[in-house]
Design a protein around this ligand. Structure first.
Ligand SMILES: Cc1cc2nc3c(=O)[nH]c(=O)nc-3n(C[C@H](O)[C@H](O)[C@H](O)COP(=O)(O)OP(=O)(O)OC[C@H]3O[C@@H](n4cnc5c(N)ncnc54)[C@H](O)[C@@H]3O)c2cc1C
Length: 396
């Protein structure tokens, strides 16, 4: 008996793009995507599991990322949001921790400056940030303020002449153990509004401690931050960051990026599960020859393609400048729910090998949990959508 094992790379749909969404990109974008994909295969995938196991971030990747020149593809380099989304999914497909490093430095940190800083501030700060000479973090969440942080920011900012004094604590802040800067969102005691500040992490009174024992995104260095009378010059208050409404301009775009991560996570699950099903034999036959196993692979594929279809359309709306908050919210809730199902199927399809990171799937499975919870949890994004379609808020 025994069936010949097909060469996985020569199978139809080897890239997992079942509905040819990449055909919607321009020729220039497709060429650039191919270049980035090759780079990820060469530089990221081979080292990702080892760093994840050790809960360390591969700092040596930063100069390589600088050479690849991938920060701010839309605003700075003129690519479409669709291209940026597909690239972010590809980063996630290679490794969710590296994708999250980029999501924090590029989406949340650089995005805050691009959206909220004055022209003068941008000219001063952005060149080093685009070239990754300076690394950034984004400090919004607090130990006591998560889903309700909009109204519940406890970190305070007090104006004192031409400077501000910041006090408080932040939690979960990605990249913050080694970043040069962190954008801190703090409540101005004078008018009670949440304002944005570029804080130099070398400033006295600033302390970041790594959060240990994570089961997800282990390579991402998340920190607890304490701010004790941290002095920030007024020139480092982001000129356009004057209320939580302003912060939301940043979050709308990054939520979209996280939903693209859910696509990338499913592509990763599909890649690993399909390869395993084709190569692993039981009862003298490849797992892929069993009907139940094919159904599982098709379920992952269907979830991935439907998530990607939603994201392609949402990115097109974003490119047209008409995407709405609630559309990003539905996309984040829907794609992450599909993702959770897909990675669980993938995990089970590898049997016992699905629970050791050596086969990659256990990392894919565990990393999905962070995606499900950050950038607005599944529940909060569902309720943002529910509010939009009923006119009634069930959040508070
Ligand atoms: C790996 C990781 C990286 C992160 N990186 C950053 C970062 O770089 N910067 C940053 O600022 N933050 C970051 N975060 C924080 C993240 O955005 C928060 O974890 C998230 O917003 C949820 O807040 P919380 O963890 O405090 O949960 P909580 O708000 O305490 O929620 C707990 C549970 O209650 C549910 N819940 C809460 N309110 C409601 C409600 N009204 N109705 C129904 N259910 C509700 C939630 O959905 C959730 O299931 C990160 C988090 C993780 C895990």
């Amino acid at each position: 008996m025994g069936q010949t094992v097909p060469d996985i790379n020569s199978l139809p749909y080897a890239d997992g793009d079942f509905f040819a969404f990449e055909q919607l990109l321009t020729d220039k974008e497709r060429d650039r995507l191919a270049e980035i994909r090759q780079w990820l295969d060469r530089e990221v995938r081979p080292i990702a599991v080892d760093y994840w196991n050790r809960a360390e971030f591969p700092l040596e990747i930063i100069p390589k990322l600088a050479e690849l020149d991938v920060v701010s593809p839309v605003r700075r380099q003129g690519y479409s949001n669709l291209f940026a989304g597909i690239v972010h999914a590809e980063f996630t497909r290679a490794d969710t921790s590296i994708a999250t490093f980029m999501g924090v430095h590029d989406g949340l940190f650089t995005g805050s400056i691009e959206a909220l800083a004055s022209e003068e501030q941008k000219q001063e700060w952005l060149p080093d940030i685009y070239s990754l000479k300076k690394i950034g973090a984004f400090g919004l969440t607090e130990p006591l303020g998560g889903s309700d942080v909009a109204g519940g920011t406890r970190t305070t900012a007090r104006k004192d002449g031409d400077r501000w004094i910041l006090n408080g604590a932040k939690r979960w802040i990605g990249n913050a153990t080694f970043s040069d800067y962190v954008i801190i969102y703090a409540r101005d005691v004078a008018d009670n509004q949440v304002k944005a500040f570029l804080v130099d992490t070398a400033t006295e009174g600033y302390k970041a401690t790594k959060i240990e024992n994570k089961i997800s995104l282990r390579s991402v260095q998340n920190a607890d931050i304490v701010l004790e009378n941290v002095v920030v010059p007024d020139t480092h208050k982001l000129a356009g960051g004057n209320s939580f409404r302003d912060t939301n301009k940043v979050l709308k775009v990054t939520r979209l990026a996280v939903a693209w991560q859910a696509v990338g996570q499913q592509l990763a699950a599909f890649d690993v599960a399909r390869r395993y099903a084709v190569e692993r034999h039981q009862f003298g036959r490849p797992l892929a020859s069993f009907q139940l196993v094919q159904e599982q692979l098709v379920k992952i594929l269907g979830n991935t393609v439907s998530s990607m279809g939603m994201m392609v359309r949402l990115s097109q709306l974003e490119d047209a400048g008409v995407a709405k908050d609630e559309q990003s919210a539905l996309a984040k809730a829907f794609t992450t729910a599909r993702m959770r199902e897909s990675v669980a199927i993938g995990r089970a399809l590898l049997g016992g090998n699905g629970i050791v990171t050596d086969y990659e799937m256990a990392k894919v499975f565990a990393d999905a949990e962070a995606i499900y919870s950050y950038e607005g949890t599944y529940e909060i994004n569902t309720l943002v959508t529910g509010r939009a379609i009923t006119g009634i808020s069930a959040i508070v």
